[in-house]
Design a protein around this ligand. Structure first.
Ligand SMILES: Nc1ncnc2c1ncn2[C@@H]1O[C@H](COP(=O)(O)OP(=O)(O)OP(=O)(O)O)[C@@H](O)[C@H]1O
Ligand SMILES: [Mg+2]
Length: 274
């Protein structure tokens, strides 16, 4: 029998330092979309407190069992919180577990999707340093924009870069020093509303100004749709609806949402994915 070819997984990290912008929802949708395209995918939840991705996948397992469905499951992993009382030792333990895990997952998968918490943790930093693509979902508001840098809402002048932008810049510098391929930083505009064209235009302008200072690209993003909240309890994604269409009825809004998700995947320009 020929030896199994070793893989070298491409790492996608969902990160920002603000809660509730859509990291876990997007992580799950990307993982399932990639699996639907035939890729081998593992997911890692680094949010040890909320464990949203973990819950999303548990819901999926339970729903599939209950409904006797055959739906794809990514290999899923959580990093356990170390019980060492001293902080540096605790961080070391967790970093070691994470490093060992990602090394193993790299060999076995085409993609690793890592979901970070909405705050700065040592594990999230480590994950950022491994990212080939970093996806930062943000809502279309000047509050969320502060996550990248402070932009004057009248003149659109960039006044200050955020700690988070500086962290990403450090990752880029370290990757370059280690001769690793450049990090692709993608800002994903989430929960877009069709009724606020003026705000959208102002955000466009502000993001353009920020792009002159920080290298990132921003992509069309996802609309505000109740379906994202509705799918969570069953652990489903928009990409599964065809497989379960006897249980969940497809509406026009679902079809539009799925189209949006497909466009998102294509705009990510991931390797070996058409
Ligand atoms: N495009 C969308 N339309 C409507 N609801 C959305 C959309 N994207 C995400 N949500 C909802 O917003 C809430 C927060 O999303 P999610 O948990 O993915 O964010 P997060 O960035 O992972 O949060 P945290 O930082 O707390 O981990 C969830 O209830 C989710 O269903
Ligand atoms: Mg989350």
């Amino acid at each position: 029998m020929p030896a199994k070819k070793r893989k070298n997984a491409y790492v996608i990290v969902l990160g920002n330092e603000k809660g509730g912008t859509g990291k876990s929802t997007t992580a799950m949708h990307i993982a399932i979309s990639l699996m639907k395209k035939g890729a081998t995918v593992s997911t890692v939840d680094l949010d040890s407190r909320q464990q949203t991705l973990n819950r999303y996948i548990s819901n999926r397992i339970n729903y599939a069992e209950k409904e006797k469905l055959t739906i794809g499951m990514p290999g899923h992993h959580v990093i356990h919180q170390s019980n060492k009382p001293v902080l540096p030792e605790k961080h070391n333990d967790e970093a070691e577990e994470f490093t060992d895990l990602t090394q193993e997952l790299r060999r076995e998968n085409d993609f690793i999707v890592i979901d970070c918490p909405g705050n700065d943790t040592s594990l999230a930093r480590l994950a950022h340093s491994l990212a080939n693509t970093l996806i930062t979902p943000m809502n279309d508001s000047f509050i969320d924009l502060d996550l990248l840098g402070h932009v004057d809402p009248e003149t659109f002048k960039v006044e200050k870069l955020s700690f988070y932008s500086q962290l990403v810049w450090e990752c880029r510098k370290n990757r370059a020093a280690a001769n690793k391929p450049a990090l692709d930083w993608v800002i994903l505009r989430n929960r877009l509303s069709t009724t606020h064209a003026k705000n959208k235009k102002r955000m466009d302008e502000a993001l353009k100004q920020l792009q002159n200072r920080i290298a990132f690209r921003y992509i069309s993003g996802l609309s505000e749709r109740v379906i994202y909240r509705e799918l969570f309890p069953q652990g489903l994604t928009l990409m599964d609806l065809k497989d379960v269409n006897k249980k969940v009825k497809m509406s026009m809004s679902h079809i539009a949402a799925r189209h949006e998700m497909r466009r998102l995947l294509s705009e990510l320009k991931l390797p070996n994915i058409d």
